[in-house]
Design a protein around this ligand. Structure first.
Ligand code: NAP
Length: 296
């Protein structure tokens, strides 16, 4: 049986850990996880810290030497963070949430592009928070200006409250993930860009850097009947992880002309993304400015 090479970030905890285990159940899967200190039995682990451009470069070089001359069949960019401020910077000088969630993944895709198969699926995990019409409790994006998001001190739309800015930083990074997936589908060749939105999935580690009240509520809402009552469109960690694996393995296919796959109450849906996410000029600018800011 031919080996299927899958490279994934964010596959060692949260619903991504479920995805990893489901992928490993498929015979012939060679799963390479970018990891910090956690591990999934059966996967190959290569060190990755998305807060550092240097680490992303080292990870991609390690992936390339591990796979030798073989090609990557699926690239899953699932790692993500949510922090309570836009005041912290990475060693490269970028705002941390935006650097981890968008810039690092953008860089990773660019660095691995020569090593992708002709039909590689490139999956980026986005979020319903990118869309103001979703009515999420998180402040939605005001724009997708790469320079303002990377350097919030330049952002003319910044709110007085850091909490709002931090929520916007998260939602905007997820908007950029979605726009990146869209742009991939405009490139010549057969790569498939997919933006996967797991819907609200309480109980994961996503709130670990937020205040204690949000952390406790997030754990509490993972209890099924509470979750369904508070977030009717939400998903269990198991369902969110399985759906991502099903997309990666082609068990769920994305309808032609679509790239946004949103899991809502356990069912995969393919809605239009937000108005901003549908604008081609915004998509092109996000792509070009991301390349520019990363010197690609
Ligand atoms: N849960 C939700 O309601 C929800 C909704 C919409 C979208 N999402 C998105 O879904 C994805 C997975 O989130 P989750 O809810 O499963 O959260 P999670 O449990 O916190 O998982 C996040 C993953 O990202 C990895 N990660 C974080 N910072 C990293 C860094 N600097 N370098 C390398 N890896 C790093 C973590 O690695 P470790 O294993 O080492 O901790 C972990 O595997 C994220 O992109 C999130 O934005 C989640």
């Amino acid at each position: 049986m031919a080996e299927k090479i899958i490279v994934m970030t964010g596959g060692t905890s949260g619903f991504g850990a479920i995805t990893s285990k489901k992928l490993l159940q498929e015979p012939g899967t060679h799963l390479i996880l970018g990891n910090r200190n956690k591990r999934i039995e059966g996967a190959e682990h290569l060190p990755l810290n998305l807060k550092s451009v240097r680490s992303v470069k080292e990870f991609s070089s390690a992936v390339i030497s591990t796979i030798e001359n073989k090609k990557i069949d699926v690239l899953i960019c699932n790692a993500g963070i949510s922090i309570p401020t836009v005041d912290t910077k990475t060693e490269d000088g970028f705002e941390t949430t935006f650097a981890v969630n968008h810039l690092a993944h953008f860089l990773l895709i660019d660095l691995l592009k020569q090593n992708l198969a002709d039909t590689t699926k490139i999956i980026l995990t986005t979020s319903g928070t990118h869309n103001p019409d979703e009515g999420s409790r998180v402040a939605p994006p005001k724009h997708a200006n790469i320079y303002w998001l990377a350097y919030p001190e330049k952002d003319e739309t910044l709110d007085e409250k850091d909490k709002i800015n931090a929520e916007r930083a998260y939602a905007s990074s997820k908007l950029c993930n979605l726009l990146t997936a869209r742009y991939i589908n405009t490139l010549t060749g057969n790569w498939e860009g997919i933006a996967y939105d797991p819907g609200p999935t309480p109980g994961t580690g996503l709130t670990q850097n937020l205040g204690i009240v949000r952390r406790i509520l997030w754990k509490l809402f993972s209890i099924s009947f509470l979750r369904k009552r508070v977030f009717p469109k939400s998903n269990s960690i198991e369902d969110a992880g399985k759906a991502l694996a099903d997309i990666a393995l082609g068990k769920i296919s994305i309808p032609a002309g679509k790239e946004y796959a949103a899991l809502r109450a356990g069912k995969m849906t393919f809605p239009l993304p937000s108005e901003l996410a549908q604008k081609d000029e915004v998509m092109e600018k996000v792509w070009n400015d991301s390349k520019e800011i990363l010197n690609l």
